[in-house]
Design a protein around this ligand. Sequence first.
Ligand SMILES: [Zn+2]
Length: 71
Amino acid sequence: MKAPVMPKPGQCKWTEGDSGSYTFPCKNRAENGSYCDHHRTIVYETPEQRKARAEEMRAANAAANKKRLAA
Ligand SMILES: [Zn+2]
């Protein structure tokens, strides 16, 4: 098992993978805290924002299904 690769100081700490084999694919600078601007919006998403995004997905899927039925 290879040693975990840690992000460089100042690098975004966005992780991918599962326990034991993380990677830090994001090469962006972390300006204020642990993450770049892009990943900070995902990591610190509020439950309300998460719910709103889930609703959007549901609505988009419903619209797609309707289109399929009409065709
Ligand atoms: Zn990032």
